[in-house]
Unconditional design. Sequence first.
Length: 428
Amino acid sequence: MENKYLVKKLQKKQEIKVKVPGSKSITNRALLLAALSNYQCTLQGVLFSDDSRAFLACLKELGFDVKINETEEEVIVQGEGGRIPDQHASIHVQNAGTAARFLTVMLALAGGEYKMQASPQMCKRPMKPLLDELEKAGVSFEFLGEEGHFPFLMRSQEISLKEISIDTGISSQFASALIMAGVLLKEGLKVILSGDRSEGSYIKMTLAMMEQFGIPVVKEGRSCLVSHMDFFGLKEYRIEPDVSGACYFYAMAPLLGTNVLVENIHMDSLQGDIKFLKILEKMGCELKDESEGVWVLGKGLSNYEGQDISMKDFSDQTMTMAVLAPFAMNPTLIRNIGHIRFQETDRIKAILAELTRLGIKCEEALDADGIRIFPGEIKEGEVETYEDHRMAMAFTLIGLKTGKIGIKNPQCCRKTFENYFELIENLY
């Protein structure tokens, strides 16, 4: 694939059936919990993408015994019971936010001296609130670039930590990292969640997975009490398909007036983005959860209402909602998404810039901490993707509807969904 993907208009289809890769969020949590556990754990349905490969490479650099079989979507991790095999390692998290946050906390609480490196893009992303809290607990940092950011040298020997407060507003990954690694501390850890995403879907996913791996966590209000466990783990764990990736296909149901099935996605998913399907239902689609997966039925749907919706808890679908908005009958207001400014790119700025480029009236809605998008006629254009996989995948949908756009740097999808454009090609 070249540096641009021209999206051809998709003619009417009766139905679309696809299989998407495993969930990045679940894959990287499962890798961490398996490495901390006392078992050899076989992970099935693993996502292989830039982010998960970065995580796997870091585990290997730390000396963990990791066997990888990409063809079978399988990884075998030998847990070390909370011990880091190489306590003087140098790791490179690439552009993976989960690897950056999860591994920093795991290594800080386990102890040792580590050189922590990242891609230029990850070096700009927020780390300071997390590092400040770890510093208070006795971890020392020597910053090799901008203070409070990657890259840095981290030394951790005597940790004094029983209770920690962390703001979920910038990134819920900070909280998930502390909750998972808290099992390493001999007296356990009380994690107090501040900020507006203390009840967020990613924290709920973390708590559910810890329970699956045999680590009890008691949640009382904003506090999570993590117990120390000398022995825990699983011999096998199956990773759910990625609901975030599935949503680009499910959005085709109202957009193209078709029926869509994504294999093995179910409404009881651990992933917060499953809430997006309920929005599609509000827009006039029907949901059917069957043994092979969820069907979103949009056949015969000729138009749909714009939505006024808070997407705080499934904000990865903001871009998907934003590309449906120009084709709605009335304006769309997406609320409570201020935190997406600090992700792979400033996503609010990127959405507004690219919709405007395509001739769509849209604006920042400061009172709603979000964006407002008006229906309009798409004009021909090329979409900048800002090295952001979700911009590339979501804006492709406009091309399927109109045949008028090209996607620049489509390879950025490798971050979480490297065969996305193959699946798009298969639709024709």
